[in-house]
Write a protein that binds this ligand. Sequence first.
Ligand code: C2E
Ligand code: MG
Ligand code: MG
Length: 711
Amino acid sequence: MTKHGSAGERAVVLIVDDDMAQRLLMRESLHDSSLVVQEAANGAEALDAFARFSPDLVLMDVKMPKMDGFTACAKMRGLAGGQDAVIVLVTGLEDFASIGRAFDAGATDFITKPVNWPLLSHRVRYLLRAGRAFRNLRQSEKRLSIAQNIASLGNWDWDIDKNSLYCSPQMYRIFGLPADKSPAAYEVFLQRVHPDERDSVKDLVGKALEARKPYSIDYRITLPDGACRNVHEQADVVHDGKGNPVSMQGTVQDITERINTEEKIRFLAYYDRLTGLPNRQLFLEHFNQALFAAQRDGSKIALLYLDLDRFKRINDTLGHSAGDKLLKAIAGCLGDSIRSSDIVAKAGPADKPGVTLSRLGGDEFTILLTRLAEEEHAGRVAQRILDLLSQPNRIGDQEVYISGSIGITLYPSDGEDVDMLLRNADVAMYHAKESGRNSFQFFSAQLNQRTMEKLSIETDLKKALERNELLLYYQPQIDLQAGRLAGVEALVRWQHPRLGMVPPSMFIPIAEETGLIVDIGQWVLVEACRQAVQWRQAGFAPLRMGVNISSLQFKQQSLAALVRKVLQITGLAPGCLELELTESVIMENVSLVNDTLIQLKELGVNLSVDDFGTGYSSMSYLKRFPLDTLKIDRSFVMDITTDANDAAIIKAIIALAKSLGLKTIAEGVETAEQLAFLQEQGCDEIQGFFISRPLPGLEVERYLLAGKKFC
Ligand code: C2E
Ligand code: MG
Ligand code: MG
């Protein structure tokens, strides 16, 4: 703090007069222990002294050589600290012109000559005190101003009696108004309020003024360059001692930054960053609100649950960034068509239907249709979305095709609350996928029933192995030349405690989905080998044992090591085991399949392609891999005697197999005609209901005992 500060410090007084006697008298009359007196003989000297001593008070004669008092006074005001000093000019008695000039030059006060010496020191003490108060005031104003700048806070003060308004510099700054050119008029400030909010602000302020009550409000300001600011305004009434309102005072704070940050946080919390669509959180909120509104007005809602088909494959083959681009493109295209109202009318007035698109995560989207007029409308929207999705997407230089499956639930028929409607939409979507993808499916109670069954099968299946509920049936395979049993195919069955005998089509896909197939497959392999050995030990001629191998068994374990171990433990001759692999098992695992197949071949087991003709049927893998047998799928055999096409295909497959040195087994032979045709074409073996259905082990023994000739 300077000498201006505490009262204990001595004030500096500068006496300026060209008359030495005057200076002496002044000094003497100011003789006081609380003052330090400095002198100067003219205006120019006074400026030097001012800069050197920073006086608190200057007592200066106006008439001086070189530079008069008026000029010196005006110059002092421009010096550092010049604003804070008390400057008293000494003029001639009743020299009104000088008094006026002194005022213009910025003097604080004047005294007239002849000076009343005894009074002078009192006058000076009074002026110093006033100067100090003035300085303190200015300082606190400055501090307030700095604080207000930091806080982006402006204040205003409306004098009720005089109807006059004061606005702080920060007010002008916040409202983007030049302080020197804009009158402190309410209307001027009001013009800057965003047009949408101007009326409500005016209304509130008007009412508060009338009622003389405090208020607070947030609103937007539009600046001349079009930029927008958010402010928070608060005001209260100030009363006099008797409780009468005298003024209203308010603050306006620029909260743009806070609002922007809040908006960013809100965006992160409620929107999906990749697509900019509402995320699960916001979707749930919308959904809840929509349900609430629908409950109130008895309207209908449809929830469309969209899941892209095989999206994972795009991520796996083209990379995640391409996957992201595709998701963005799809979100954009769905969003556009929803906005352009060509899918449904825009969300609008209360009686119009509304639509919201959200991304729940991954490749899942929801479309919420509110105030639905007819339920079929949801189906139409779903079909439009599928059509939209079927358009090719350009990702980089690739053209990418995608489709989607949509499940639809309706409120109120399919569920009361968000959870149930979502779950049911998921069930419906799942069924859309099952029925071949690229389709939509309404939820129904039957669908749910099937899902529940599946779920219960899944839980029961987990226990089936330990409870010994699985067993094997064996379907004979007949050598068409010898007419005798050449082998059997082991087919798993599940003796379910409640459902009875469950066919593999009911549980193998679930076992594959859940991974249980690995354990089941291992059990089948052991059991089949054990059975084959048992027949051999019972004295029957060696039989080939066919065992089905699923894709996961390839992926999850070293199949060759497992087979070797099982052969070792059971003692089955490797040549008696034939592993059946479908075309898709081979094609999905091309990289590891070759090694595994070679290892298996080295063990001496046979390898066959199951369901040949239903999958990729590529010549290249038939040539490339060490295979032994083609099992011609039942679907070709079915119509060979009636459909010339199928007959031609079978002929071609048999010829192809022969040229590659592969044996052929025709599956699903049900009639004597089919058998005859296949025999004619040189097919090696057949398997089918015509010969026998899959049988329990004991019944196979009967065949073996009979040594029957089949054809
Ligand atoms: P798959 O390997 O092609 O087995 C032949 C299927 O065709 C068997 O059905 C069999 O009962 C049926 N079939 C045989 N002859 C005829 C016929 O003349 N007419 C008709 N309509 N069907 C006939 P199943 O036993 O229901 O097995 C279905 C599929 O389940 C099998 O097809 C196989 O892919 C799978 N599977 C069965 N057991 C196992 C197993 O232990 N492991 C694995 N991974 N899959 C198995
Ligand atoms: Mg098979
Ligand atoms: Mg088959």
